[in-house]
Design a protein around this ligand. Structure first.
Ligand code: NAD
Length: 492
């Protein structure tokens, strides 16, 4: 059965929600339900079922992996300039369709529609950037120790890739992985999150409409563990890339190790923010509140553990609370909304447990601290002050609209607290001292640091973590490297 994703609205959850019919994309065919199992896709703002998602069979997965392997030699040998053309056309199609795709993202993920539409434009920028960078994959000539011998270093694509992406940025994260893979000549089978399938399919649709040959990209869904185990063990797959929790990342890395397959892992974080007493507190509170509560805090680089120097602790906490109280919680489809629901029902009890544990251990609820009203998965924007080190929220990523403030005395203590977790993804510092900024940038154990602002993501800059936040990079020219290997050709 063939379906046209985006063309046939099939609405279950609301009067005229405009949510598309869902399918798989396997070996160049849009494949609908047929006799496959289905999973419901739910609108997190209402709890209503939007559509049924077909689940890939083992035969679908094998067909997708085989298609990726068969398409690989031709795609690898396609001139980088032609691959560039397809990616650039796909980026333009995303821009033309941004309003429509953004609305679909809001329906299935919950984030405010302005954020969702902006995310689609951001994904187009990512495809553009990787398209360009793919044309600059240069080799080297290494001078030989012997006369008459020439050493060439070719940089070649690693081969078919299996990719697994989460629901929090349902187009940004697939675009990073697909953009880098396709630009370098790799092929891919991707499993976007089952919570947000239509957005990932819309990205694939743009690439297919831009002229991507069949089999270069397949899109599958199913039980995450079943699909990832099947694909990672497939002999067709040469590389694995995953974004999600550290716990799942460990399983993925172990599976990939069985076949000695290359892995990129972008895992959890629990970003520290060091607010020094010489900082511009207004600026710090405004920027940090915006970064913290974007996407309802469901961001791996969300600023979360605010370590605030003692002298300004009360002042900063009050300023942060004032900004948080200005947020407007509601359906992401309402243009006035600045804080949508959590993306799925699993997150509500998880956040409730972290907040009540912190309060039991002496934290003050400055604002929020409870679920929202109504049927959707809403949690009030929350600020907890004076959170004890023993509270679970200080070591477990809340991945929701919860900020924590804790006082510290001096630079050494601040750095020690910031570095004390096994995570090392994003970090932030606010100070007017160049010496302090220098000291933090040298000693912070994180893959990314923003000083006096909170914008860490751009297509052209590396994005990745250290420690248990993963390895490899998803942006910048570093992001391209993860899809290439160096081949020595020594010619006499
Ligand atoms: P989860 O660990 O069950 O799932 C996280 C993501 O991984 C989901 O997209 C899921 O489909 C996928 N997944 C789960 N098991 C998998 C498997 N065996 N193989 C392949 N993919 C698999 O958690 P959740 O309840 O969906 O999200 C909560 C936690 O996940 C958060 O606390 C956060 O740590 C993490 N998370 C991180 C990111 C990120 O951007 N790094 C994004 C989403 C979730």
């Amino acid at each position: 059965m063939t379906t046209d994703v985006g063309a046939v609205p099939r609405v279950r959850g609301g009067a005229d929600a405009g949510y598309p019919e869902l399918s798989l994309l396997v070996a160049g065919r849009w494949t609908g339900r047929g006799d496959r199992d289905v999973r419901p896709v739910v609108d997190p703002a209402t709890g209503a079922v939007l559509a049924e998602l077909p689940v890939a069979t083992a035969a679908d997965l094998d067909e997708a992996a085989t298609a990726a392997a068969q398409a690989f030699p031709r795609w690898r040998d396609t001139p980088a300039h032609d691959r560039y053309g397809i990616l650039r056309r796909a980026a333009e199609l995303l821009r033309e369709r941004a309003d429509q795709i953004g609305r679909v993202t809001t329906l299935e993920q919950g984030k405010p529609v302005a954020e969702a539409t902006q995310e689609v434009h951001g994904a187009a920028d990512i495809l553009d950037w990787f398209a360009e960078e793919g044309r600059r994959v240069y080799g080297r000539i290494v001078p030989s120790r012997r006369p008459g011998l020439r050493n060439l270093v070719l940089r070649q694509p690693v081969g078919p890739v299996a990719a697994f992406t989460p629901w929090n940025f349902p187009i940004t994260i697939p675009a990073r992985k697909i953009g880098a893979a396709l630009a370098t000549g790799c092929t891919m089978v991707i499993k976007p999150a089952e919570e947000t399938p239509a957005t990932g399919l819309a990205l694939a649709r743009a690439l297919v409409d831009a002229g991507l040959p069949p089999g270069v990209l397949s899109v599958v869904f199913g039980d995450p563990a079943t699909v990832s185990t099947h694909l990672i063990r497939s002999p067709a797959i040469r590389k694995v890339t995953f974004t999600g929790s550290t716990a799942v990342g460990r399983q993925i890395a172990a599976l990939a190790a069985e076949g000695v397959k290359r892995v990129t892992l972008e895992l959890g974080g629990h970003a520290p923010v060091l607010v020094f007493d010489d900082a511009d507190l207004d600026r710090a509170a405004t920027l940090a509140a915006a970064a913290k509560f974007r996407n309802a805090g469901q961001i791996c680089i969300a600023p979360t553990r605010f370590f605030v120097q003692e002298r300004v602790f009360e002042d900063f906490t009050a300023r942060l609370a004032a900004r948080i109280e200005r947020l407007r919680m509601g359906s992401g489809l309402d243009p006035e909304t600045t804080l949508g629901p959590l993306a799925h029902d699993r997150r509500l009890p998880a956040i409730e447990a972290l907040v009540s544990d912190a309060v039991d251990r002496g934290a003050e609820v400055v604002t929020g601290g409870a679920p929202g009203d109504g049927e959707g998965y809403f949690w009030q924007p929350t600020l907890l002050a004076g959170v004890d080190r023993s509270a679970r929220a200080m070591s477990e990523e809340p991945f929701g609209p919860v900020a924590l403030t804790v006082p510290f005395t001096d630079l050494d203590e601040g750095l020690r607290r910031a570095n004390e977790l096994p995570y090392g993804l994003a970090s932030y510092a606010f100070t007017s001292s160049r010496d302090t900024a220098y000291a933090v940038s040298e000693s912070i154990e994180a893959g990314m640091l923003a000083v006096n602002h909170c914008m860490l993501t751009a297509p052209e800059t590396p994005f990745g973590g250290v420690k248990e936040s993963g390895y490899g990079s998803e942006g910048g020219s570093e992001g391209i490297e993860d899809y290439l290997f160096a081949k020595l050709v020594s010619e006499a």
